[in-house]
Design a protein around this ligand. Structure first.
Ligand SMILES: C[S@@+](CC[C@H](N)C(=O)[O-])C[C@H]1O[C@@H](n2cnc3c(N)ncnc32)[C@H](O)[C@@H]1O
Length: 381
């Protein structure tokens, strides 16, 4: 290689590295105008408690609430069966929210990365946002292994606008909805997604594919469903998985045993296999459209001037719906962007354990107060 090629190569490498370093600051839109970072100044709170709380965590038998940035707590929380994310919407809804959806992917990325690090094969993520906010963040969720399952629409109805919208001025239909999108975590074993791993394990046995049908006592459903590599693939229910696993370990080539093992030492048990995918049980009569008035009345936490204390307080019944359908009694729920801790409150009411954080000390204090009628901390107002 000539010295000139060498210099050119090093120059190219340096310039690529520089461009990568400067990537965040140099982004431009399609007209080559520099994209400025979005504003993060909140729209003003209706209440601000000046005194700091005398404690930074509050817990009881079911719940642990932390004051501070959730990024600092994920590593001490027990891994979750459910994550309820209700963070930035790109509407300046709270101090730190962005002013539009373009800032949301960056806002969420570190959190999403951490959720993937601590997720279990059975973890479900419920991602609340506006339609455009979710659309902007979806590629980041995909990037870190979250698989889209369903988009649920919270229809707040006309009560949400109550004649306050001038449609000539906004020049669009008034928005009365939010989305709550269900994601599950893509499980990998030895770097393979489940359907690939199942087929690879069967192939390792040296048995013909059709023997999988014999193993499960079916005509052709095992090969057609459980070993399929396309969209027709089904997760084998635990009782079917055990039939495949036992047959493979009894009749498969002895030198390759154990087959269908997670640790390489013993075959995966029925109980362990049942935890290899997210839980979901749809309550009777529900669809993906949730007609539910905005939070109001007694449930709405108010500041002394009678205004809603938090712009984004979510209904407890919707939180209960998503948590109950995707977890069991005793499971762990994370609420990284607590606000007034609605998901955690709903979780404890149905006997789940909740871990939550809120970065703003006013919201933290008001949120903690929801958990105790005999509040032992400082007087808030
Ligand atoms: C949309 S609100 C959540 C409302 C909540 N679901 C409720 O029902 O009350 C988002 C909250 O996340 C908080 N927040 C933002 N970034 C945070 C972070 N990194 N760690 C903890 N809390 C955060 C904000 O202060 C805000 O109160």
């Amino acid at each position: 290689m000539s010295s000139m090629t060498c210099i050119n190569n090093s120059y190219e490498k340096l310039s690529i590295r520089l461009k990568m370093t400067l990537k965040i600051d140099n982004r431009c839109d399609i007209n080559n105008r520099k994209i400025l970072p979005t504003s993060t100044v909140g729209r003003g709170k209706t209440v601000s408690i000046k005194s700091k709380p005398s404690f930074e965590t509050w817990s009881d038998q079911y719940v642990s609430l932390y004051l501070g940035n959730s990024l600092e707590f994920y590593n001490v929380w027990t891994p979750p069966t459910v994550i309820v994310s209700d963070g930035a919407y790109g509407i300046l809804g709270f101090e730190g929210d962005t002013s539009d959806h373009l800032g949301l992917p960056d806002w969420y990325e570190q959190h999403i990365k951490a959720w993937s690090k601590y997720a279990l094969p059975e973890t479900t993520l419920w991602f609340w946002n506006s339609e455009i906010g979710w659309a902007a963040v979806h590629p980041i969720l995909e990037k870190y292994g979250w698989r889209y399952q369903n988009c649920n629409i919270w229809n707040k109805g006309k009560a949400h606008i109550a004649g306050n919208v001038n449609t000539q001025k906004i020049r669009r239909f008034p928005v009365v909805s939010e989305v709550c999108v269900q994601y599950t975590f893509e499980v990998k074993i030895d770097g393979l997604i489940l359907k690939q791993w199942l087929k690879k394990e069967w192939q390792r046995t040296g048995l013909p594919l059709k023997k999988a049908n014999e193993a499960c006592g079916v005509r052709d459903a095992a090969v057609r469903k459980y070993l399929d590599q396309g969209h027709l693939w089904y997760y084998p229910p635990p009782e079917m998985f055990i039939l495949l696993q036992e047959y493979a370990n009894k009749f498969g080539a002895p030198e390759g045993r154990p087959y269908f093992s997670l640790d390489g030492k013993s075959p995966c048990s029925k109980k362990k296999w049942s935890k290899m995918r997210a839980k979901f049980k749809c309550p009777h009569g529900f669809t993906n459209i949730w007609d539910r008035n905005p939070t109001n009345g007694k449930e709405r936490i108010k500041s002394p001037n009678g205004k809603a204390a938090h712009l984004n307080q979510k209904p407890l019944d919707l939180m209960e719906l998503i948590i109950e359908s995707s977890s069991s009694v005793g499971d762990v729920i994370w609420e990284p962007f607590g606000g007034l801790f609605s998901a955690s409150l709903a979780a404890t009411q149905i006997k789940r354990h909740a871990f939550a954080a809120e970065i703003d000390s006013t919201y933290f204090q008001l949120g903690v107060e929801r958990f105790t009628t005999n509040f032992q901390g400082q007087k808030l107002f």
